[in-house]
Design a protein around this ligand. Structure first.
Ligand code: KG4
Ligand code: ZN
Length: 338
């Protein structure tokens, strides 16, 4: 079954053709990052306008790269929630138009479900294909969740952030250090040559849940440290500060995930979302999972951030489960994964 998928939840306009949820036939991502960089973050009005301008070309390219005419497509998929509402609506309306003109079924896909499904596209000779059940740490610019993936379309959130998402925290800290948007990648690179023990940073304590996170205290502590130093005319080694921040954030992510894995006796853990590209998170998880005998999956770097191949992967399983929408499909800025 070939699915043509579209993703426009934030600032990437993306389209892909995916066969049977596992084989990526094409994956086109047009990023708007250069434009949003000027403003230090995504400007929603600009994002939706750019999606509208470029979406037809991106979809045409995805079909052409996959060597697949629309007549060979079996279903259409689109991210319908959560995300920037104006951006989501561009993808949703485009796919509704295509569904109307072709008569193909339309499959709505939850953005975080699709990030998890990026792991279904992993084909490493040394690893069997990932199948549920497994535990997934979903970390992006908007979310930080520990999810029990019971089946392809059955999820339970075990832990989540009480305030900022970890990606948002990375981006704000990086911006304060003068790094370009989105700062996660740049902070990660600076951290590689820093001393992670140079700064003692607070680890916010979260009452009432073993698995929830809180990142805003850490973010504020780092930003205050930078502002105080600049007021006193002191200089800070940003590599050391990046490494110390990264170590604290990654410790929180890894410890809570492993605690949840132990409690539910998970044999397999997957990482997903933009922050799953983080080098420290990956290497800590590789080490810990090897020690504990847990199978670990993470997507290749190009499938960690927003893309449509992951939407096509998840859509295949949503379709099997009968999750098909009418032409009255709407977009939603917020929606729970479960
Ligand atoms: O999943 P994603 O592409 O978009 C959302 O759904 O939010 O995630 C984007 C986030 C941004 O905050 C970005 O800075 C972060 O992922 N990110 C990273 C790295 N690469 C991307 N954060 C830490 N380390 C990285 N290497
Ligand atoms: Zn995302």
């Amino acid at each position: 079954m070939k699915i043509l998928a579209v993703e426009t939840s934030c600032d990437e306009t993306a389209a892909a053709v995916v066969r049977d949820g596992r084989h990526m036939l094409s994956n086109v991502v047009a990023s708007q990052v250069e434009e949003h960089k000027l403003y230090g973050g995504v400007v929603p009005e600009i994002a939706s306008r750019r999606h509208a301008e470029i979406i037809s070309d991106v979809v045409r390219q995805a079909l052409s790269d996959a060597n697949t005419p629309v007549s060979d497509i079996d279903a259409l998929a689109v991210t319908h929630a959560p995300g920037l509402i104006g951006s989501l609506l561009v993808g949703v309306n485009f796919q509704k138009g295509l569904a109307l003109s072709t008569g193909l079924p339309l499959i709505p896909v939850h953005h975080l479900r699709s990030h998890i499904a990026a792991n279904y596209l992993v084909t490493k000779p040394e690893q069997p294909l990932l199948t549920p059940p497994f535990l997934c740490l979903v970390v992006s610019g908007g979310h930080s969740h520990i999810v029990n993936v019971r089946d392809y379309t059955s999820f339970a959130v075990l832990g989540r952030t009480r305030d900022d998402a970890v990606g948002e925290c990375y981006d704000k800290v990086a911006r304060t250090m003068g790094m370009p948007y989105p700062g996660g990648y740049h902070l990660d690179s600076h951290a590689a040559s820093g001393n992670a023990d140079a700064f003692k940073l607070p680890r916010p304590h979260v009452e009432g849940s073993l698995y929830d996170f809180s990142f805003s205290g850490l973010k504020t502590a780092v930003i205050n440290l930078i502002h105080n130093a600049s007021q006193k005319g002191e200089s800070i080694n940003y590599n050391d500060l990046s490494a110390s921040f990264q170590q604290t954030a990654v410790n929180m992510l890894v410890e809570n995930t492993l605690r949840a894995a132990k409690d539910i006796k998970a044999k397999t853990i997957a990482l997903a979302g933009g922050v799953s590209a983080n080098s420290a998170l990956r290497s800590r998880m590789v080490q810990e999972c090897r020690r504990l005998g847990i199978n670990l999956y993470f997507p290749p770097i190009e499938l960690c951030g927003d893309n449509a191949a992951m939407v096509g992967a998840q859509a295949y399983y949503e379709f099997q489960n009968g999750n098909i929408s009418g032409l009255n499909l709407n977009a939603y800025a917020t929606m729970e994964i479960d």
